[in-house]
Structures are given as structure tokens and as C-alpha cells.
Design a protein around this ligand. Structure first.
Ligand code: GAL
Length: 674
């Protein structure tokens, strides 16, 4: 038995009891953090635990065990309402001995926005630090754990014996306090507003379908000047269809007219080998309907995409994820049945009675349809995969009329073995990539294998247009800033036709895999949702909303449908923003745009509003720049030397910098000239 451990933990119990008696004697209340409502605590991984570490073991730092405290994981924060009645906060703080690696964490404590305490960087095996701070007069206190500047792997943090001494009022954990940004995106004008991407890729001779995204009061009369003879534009729906023209570049001009005015906009059709010249935009069912998806929910999603105005902002794909096939075993008997017919053709389950009719329904609205499978025998949710039927399935998807395939690794490890090398990782994706190219329609190809083998380095080579760079965001949502920063590290591989995919946009109402399916508002604050969308646009990520299309409230649409923000995502250069300046609390991202301007995102991950600056020296700029606030669609005057702005808690300022006449920048190589 380790006697020094025992001694230390006994000492900690004795100290705790003594201080309890002392506070009772002088009329103070002691409130243990472990006894407070920990559902208010947010953290980067796992769930906060009362009197246990985040992995549910006794709290232990450097061999000392603690009976009382809270185990959490960086980045973590909790707001506490003291109402000015606090006296002292005391705790021992350190990395839990159960962390799988060394970890590195910093505790920070703020009182009403002022920093009251900051620990040194701590790692596993170091003595926990004793914290004893004066909290007199503080109304709102924040306890936070940041990641020591090196990401949050193994950052299992323990607030041991953490307690508040107060007089007259018990402290309470509360939701974070932040200014409500309101609805930032202005209501689109009644006159037409064309939102087509600058460039659109297709393959010669294949079916062509493109619904011109356009806001404004209906009816709108559409036309497209300079269309190749194989294409026609429906004047009332704005849907351009036909067959893709022969290899070449076709500059067309879109026109939209209604009783309030008219607008024209150039778009280039590139008929050749590259698809998705700008990041694909659409909806995917996963984070709302999970294993409950049906034909009618998909049709509803297509209808909502039109009626909500999402299609007018550029959203186009309506994508089915897992669970449309049969499974050998499922709680829903309608999803159980033969996996294939006698000829080996994959069979949809009874919730999908007629796939060609479903894609036709989507195509009739000018939208596109997506489907999902796995190279494994079974998908992640246990449904029939494509293993040993790849060619047949690729033909079937094309025959049914699908325009997008997500190919999810799932059970393929059983084929590839435990630790496949790069070529084994590539094999199934190459096979399907080749097969998709043999079909007589354009099918976008999305790789989902969670970033294994640096997929961004070879995704394009196997014929894909996008690839997930990490695991599911569903479980990492609380650290979307970190996920984005990691995704942006692969920016060198972002270009027209090749996109890093950090997973879906999970704002608004999202579903729950476990409950009956009732979607609820996502856990992100409004500022976080604006920050999320800004990150995905700056990173040129595929824009797939995965929230509930049946619950598109005004706020969600406001975040999803700002044409000036989306234009950053759809820019013809296809650049992923670079992270310049990154501190523990704030960071700046900059993206070169095809017209020579720069899109700039100034982010604040901290708990209080912060000033964030982007100096010209770091941006490589000189002279004066016009600044436009993209969320508010408002010019905010010229800036020289730097752009500086106050950014809300967990929020963003997204601006576009354009050189004033006196200092025109050189357009970047590869930019599409207007
Ligand atoms: C996961 C994938 C998710 C979703 C799910 C379906 O592997 O990352 O996006 O497709 O499978 O079972």
C-alpha cells in the first residue's frame, strides 16, 4: 500500500473539515462546486463529474486522492452567480492521474470580467496548485480550464475540494452571460438578388441541372444569356437543365427581373473533368433524423429548402445519410429485410419505396439528391454496405438518379485490418472513385473516414471532391473552435474541386440519436452560431446544414442565408483561410478572395468581450482599406495600419477588406478575372 498517498489524502480531509468548522463558527456558508448544478458546465470532451474524474475514477492528482471535487476536461468553463455575497474560493487544481497522456492545462478565474487568478501550465504528475482567492464584491465568477496552448489531448482537469465561502446567499451555476447579437443578416430586398456561385463545374454530355439561387419577391423572370445550345433556362423557375456542353469554358450572364427591379450576374460554366469548383452546399439528414429517416422526410426537406429561401441562398443538395437500406437487425421492423435481391442489387428498406421517384421529386425542384454507403459489409449503423458489390451499387445509385455519394469507412476495418497503411486506406476509395467516374452522370464523391492516413493528401487522387478531416463533430460540438483550427491546418489541400470537410453545420434545431427524435435547439449560443458559420465559410468547407428543416426559425435562417457571408465560402479561388495570430482567447483568420480583397474573421473564444486586432504588417497589407461588415452587410469605413474590433464572447467579427483606389492590390494568381 502506498502510505504517502494515504497520508496526503488524510491531510486533505482534515484540512477540509477544519475549514468547514471555522466557517460555520463565523456565519459563512460553504458551497461545494461538486454539489452545484454541473449541467451548466461546458467542456471539450466528456461530461463533468461530481467527486470523480472525467473518466469516472476517484479524483487524483500526483498520487493524492480527493474525495470531493469536480473532474472536467479542457476547454471547460462554468459561470457562477455570487450576487456580490462571496468571500473566498478555494481549491486544489491539477491534471488527473488517469489522463492517458501528460496533458497541459491552465486554470483561469474571472470576476466580472477581470482576471482574478491564473495557474501555471500544469501537466500530469505535477503537484496540484492550491487556489485561495478573495471574491468579495464579485457578481459573476467564471471558472475556466484552457488547454495550455497545445490542443486539449489528455487535458483531464480536476477542481479538487473546490468550494465557495459566501455570506447570505448561496452561489449558483448559471448559463453564460453574453450580449444577444440579435439577427445580424438584413432581410433581403424585394428586388432580385442573384446568389449564383462565380463558377460551376460539369462533365461533358452528362445531365445538367442548376437552379439559379436568387432572393426577391416572386414571380421572378429568369434568363441566362450565352447558354450553350444544349442547355435551357426555365424563365419562371430559374432552373437551367439539359446536357452539359462539350469541354470548354462558357461565360454566361444570368438575369432576374421582378416588379421591384432587376439584376444580372456573370457565371462561368466549366465543362471538363473537375466538379464542385466551389464547395457543395445542401442538407444532410444525419444530425436530425439519424436512424429514423424516411422518403417523406427527405421530400419535406427538399420542399423546405425551397420554401425557406435556403435554395435562394445557394443550398442545392438534399442528402440521405445512413439507414436507408435494410439491416439484418434493427428495432424498426420496416428497416429489416433482405439486403439485396436475387441478382445482388442493393434494396432500400420499406421507408424508401421508390428511389427513382424520390430523386425525381428532388430534381423537379431544381435540387440534387445525395446517398450514402460504406465500403464495408455493413455501414456504421449496421445497414447493408457495398462490400463486394461496389460496381453494382455505383450503377444503381446512378440509375436511381443520385448526384452525390458519401462513402463511409465504418466496418471496412474488418477487411483492411487493424492498422492499415496508406495504400490499404486508399484502395476502397479508389475503387469507388473510378466507378463513379464511369457513370453517365456527375456524382460528387465525399470521403468519410475521419481523416485517417492524412486523407487530404490523397482525396483528390481517388476522385473525391471532399473528405472529412476528423471524426464526428456531433461529439465534439463544444469544441468547434478547436475542430476548425485543426481543419484549417490542412489548408494547402483546399482548392476548386477539392475541399476539406470538418462535418456538418449543426446550428438551429438538431435531433438526438437516442430520443424519439424530437429536435431541440442546439447547445450553441447565438454568437457561437455566427462564429461557426463564419469559420465554415472562411475555411471553404462544404456547407451542409444538418439541423431540422422542419424547424427553420428566423434566427437559424439568418445564420445560414447571408449571401455576403456565403460568397466568402463560394469564392472562385477556393482558398481556406490561414490562421494568423492565435492566443489562448482570440485568433484571426484571413482568406484571399478572387477579386484581390481579403475576408477576415476575428474570433474570441474567451468568456468576455475582447478587442481583437489584425495589423497590416501581419496581413501583408499597406495603405488604406475599405472595411465591410459581412454579417450586417454594412460598410464601416476605411482602416489603415490595422483593423481592430470588439468581439463578443465566443463570437466573431467577419469583414472584407478591399484596397482603396490609391493602393490597388495585385489580384492573386489563379483568380478569375471579371
Ligand atoms: C459516421 C459518420 C457520420 C454518419 C454516421 C452514420 O461514421 O461520420 O457522419 O454518416 O456514420 O452511421
Amino acid at each position: 500500500m502506498n502510505t504517502s498517498r494515504l497520508d496526503a489524502s488524510h491531510v486533505s480531509v482534515v484540512v477540509t473539515l477544519l475549514s468547514l468548522f471555522a466557517s460555520l463558527a463565523i456565519g459563512q456558508d460553504t458551497t461545494w462546486l461538486s454539489a452545484m448544478d454541473l449541467t451548466k458546465m461546458r467542456q471539450g470532451w466528456g461530461t463533468p463529474r461530481s467527486n470523480l474524474s472525467v473518466t469516472q475514477h476517484p479524483l487524483s492528482c500526483n498520487g493524492i486522492t480527493f474525495a470531493n471535487g469536480v473532474g472536467t476536461h479542457a476547454r471547460s468553463f462554468v459561470w457562477v452567480d455570487l450576487g456580490g455575497k462571496g468571500e473566498k474560493f478555494t481549491a486544489a487544481f491539477g491534471v488527473d492521474d488517469g489522463a492517458p497522456g501528460p496533458g497541459s492545462i491552465v486554470a483561469k478565474i474571472w470576476g466580472d470580467g477581470a482576471e482574478l487568478y491564473r495557474s501555471p501550465v500544469l501537466s500530469r504528475g505535477r503537484m496540484p496548485v492550491d487556489i485561495d482567492i478573495d471574491i468579495r464584491g464579485v457578481q459573476k465568477l467564471v471558472l475556466s480550464v484552457s488547454d495550455g496552448g497545445d490542443g486539449s489531448n489528455s487535458d483531464h482537469a480536476d477542481w479538487c475540494n473546490a468550494r465557495f465561502l459566501t455570506r447570505g446567499k448561496r452561489p449558483q451555476t448559471i448559463d453564460p452571460v453574453e450580449d444577444d447579437p440579435g439577427l445580424l443578416t438584413p432581410i433581403p430586398p424585394l428586388a432580385p438578388g442573384l446568389n449564383a456561385p462565380p463558377v460551376f463545374g460539369c462533365r461533358p454530355g452528362h445531365p445538367f441541372l442548376f437552379r439559379i439561387p436568387c432572393t426577391g419577391e416572386r414571380p421572378v423572370t429568369f434568363s441566362a444569356e450565352g447558354l450553350p445550345a444544349s442547355l435551357a433556362c426555365n424563365p419562371s423557375t430559374g432552373v437551367i437543365s439539359g446536357r452539359a456542353p462539350g469541354t470548354g469554358t462558357y461565360a454566361i450572364t444570368l438575369h432576374a427581373l421582378n416588379r421591384h427591379g432587376s439584376q444580372s450576374r456573370r457565371m462561368v460554366i466549366e465543362s471538363g473533368s473537375v466538379l464542385a469548383l466551389t464547395p457543395p452546399m445542401g442538407w444532410n439528414h444525419w444530425y436530425t433524423h439519424y436512424g429514423r429517416i424516411t422518403d417523406s422526410l427527405v421530400r419535406d426537406a427538399a420542399d423546405f429548402m425551397i420554401s425557406s429561401g435556403m435554395a435562394d441562398a445557394g443550398y442545392q443538395y438534399v442528402n440521405i445519410d445512413d439507414c436507408w437500406m435494410n439491416s439484418p437487425k434493427n428495432g424498426d421492423s420496416m428497416r429489416v429485410g433482405p439486403l439485396r435481391d436475387g441478382a445482388g442489387n442493393i434494396l432500400p428498406n420499406r421507408h424508401f419505396p421508390d428511389m427513382p421517384a424520390l430523386t425525381a421529386y428532388i430534381h423537379d425542384r431544381g435540387l440534387k439528391a445525395g446517398i450514402y454507403t460504406s465500403p464495408g459489409e455493413l455501414t456504421c449503423a449496421g445497414f447493408a454496405g457495398a462490400y463486394r458489390h461496389e460496381a453494382q451499387d455505383a450503377r444503381r445509385f446512378a440509375g436511381w438518379g443520385f448526384d452525390f455519394l458519401k462513402y463511409d469507412w465504418c466496418s471496412y476495418s474488418r477487411v483492411a485490418g487493424a492498422d492499415p497503411g496508406r495504400s490499404a486506406l486508399m484502395t476502397p476509395y479508389e475503387t469507388m472513385g473510378d466507378l463513379l467516374q464511369q457513370q453517365d452522370r456527375d456524382i460528387l464523391y465525399n470521403l468519410c473516414q475521419y481523416g485517417m492516413g492524412n486523407v487530404w493528401e490523397w482525396g483528390e487522387r481517388v476522385g473525391a471532391q471532399s473528405w472529412r478531416t476528423a471524426g464526428d463533430l456531433g461529439v465534439e460540438l463544444d469544441r468547434f473552435f478547436e475542430v476548425a483550427l485543426r481543419n484549417a491546418e490542412h489548408r494547402a489541400w483546399s482548392k476548386p474541386g477539392s475541399w476539406n470537410d470538418p462535418d456538418y453545420i449543426q446550428i438551429g434545431y438538431i435531433g438526438d440519436a437516442r430520443n424519439a427524435g424530437l429536435p431541440a435547439p442546439c447547445s450553441m449560443t447565438r454568437n457561437e452560431q455566427y462564429a461557426f458559420m463564419s469559420l465554415w465559410c472562411l475555411m471553404a468547407s462544404p456547407l451542409f446544414f444538418s439541423g431540422d428543416m422542419g424547424h427553420l426559425d428566423p434566427f437559424t435562417l439568418n445564420v445560414l442565408c447571408n449571401p455576403e457571408v456565403i460568397a466568402v465560402n463560394q469564392d472562385a479561388l477556393g482558398q481556406c483561410a490561414a490562421v494568423i495570430q492565435c492566443t489562448d482567447e482570440t485568433f484571426v483568420m484571413v482568406k484571399d478572395m478572387a477579386d484581390g480583397s481579403k475576408a477576415l474573421g476575428l474570433f474570441n473564444r474567451g468568456e468576455f468581450p475582447a478587442d481583437v486586432a489584425a495589423p497590416w504588417t501581419v496581413l501583408g497589407l499597406a495603405g488604406k482599406y475599405a472595411v465591410r461588415d459581412l454579417w450586417r452587410q454594412r460598410n464601416i469605413g476605411p482602416a489603415a495600419g490595422e483593423y481592430r474590433v470588439r468581439v463578443p464572447r465566443h463570437g466573431v467579427a467577419l469583414v472584407r477588406l478591399t484596397a482603396e483606389q490609391s493602393n490597388p492590390p495585385t489580384p492573386k494568381k489563379g483568380a478569375l478575372q471579371k
